[in-house]
Design a protein around this ligand. Structure first.
Ligand SMILES: CC(C)(COP(=O)(O)OP(=O)(O)OC[C@H]1O[C@@H](n2cnc3c(N)ncnc32)[C@H](O)[C@@H]1OP(=O)(O)O)[C@@H](O)C(=O)NCCC(=O)NCCS
Length: 146
């Protein structure tokens, strides 16, 4: 496995991974707009060069934000999410970040466990932040001082 910078050419594979792994997947246009200047993003490649995970982040001044992190569904539970999250923190630090932030659906136990394992703490809740049809879920805000 290795980690490399993402490019817009990778978007179709990212959409495919999201559709399978995430019950609330980003659509193509969300990926396209996340290649703007203040963003950085990396992919996890397996030994045959296939993308098996990725993350999207934004750095504004010293504040680092995680926008998306995903591991292909059949590769989950093998430590790759942790590898990607640690890369995000290390890359943010090297670009000058002093604090990291993220939002996560309150029902996403796996992601919350991953974030806590890597040092994030819950700092707040946005009630009914995610609305999809009739279903609503709170957003948990998490932060880490770097
Ligand atoms: C969240 C996600 C990125 C985790 O990736 P992963 O490769 O499965 O995670 P890892 O194997 O690195 O696990 C790291 C830690 O996360 C937690 N975790 C991950 N999957 C878990 C599960 N099924 N049950 C309980 N804890 C879990 C554990 O604390 C684990 O540490 P441990 O194995 O030492 O106990 C992955 O589940 C995913 O892509 N989900 C869909 C997209 C998504 O929800 N992204 C987050 C949006 S905010």
């Amino acid at each position: 496995m290795k980690i490399e910078l993402l490019s817009q050419h990778d978007i179709s594979r990212l959409v495919e991974i999201e559709q399978h792994a995430n019950p609330y997947p980003w659509q193509q246009n969300a990926f396209v707009s996340s290649f703007a200047d203040s963003y950085f993003s990396y992919k996890l490649l397996d030994d045959s060069g296939e993308i098996q995970g990725f993350y999207f982040a934004q750095l504004i001044l010293e504040q680092l934000e995680l926008f998306n992190i995903c591991v292909a569904s059949d590769m989950q539970g093998r430590g790759y999410g942790k590898v990607l999250l640690q890369h995000f923190l290390q890359e943010g630090r090297s670009r000058g970040a002093t604090e990291a932030f993220l939002e996560v659906r309150s029902t996403n136990d796996n992601a919350i466990a991953l974030y806590e394992k890597c040092g994030f703490s819950k700092t707040g809740v946005r009630q009914n932040y995610y609305v999809q049809g009739d279903s609503k879920a709170d957003a948990i805000l998490m932060a880490l001082v770097m």
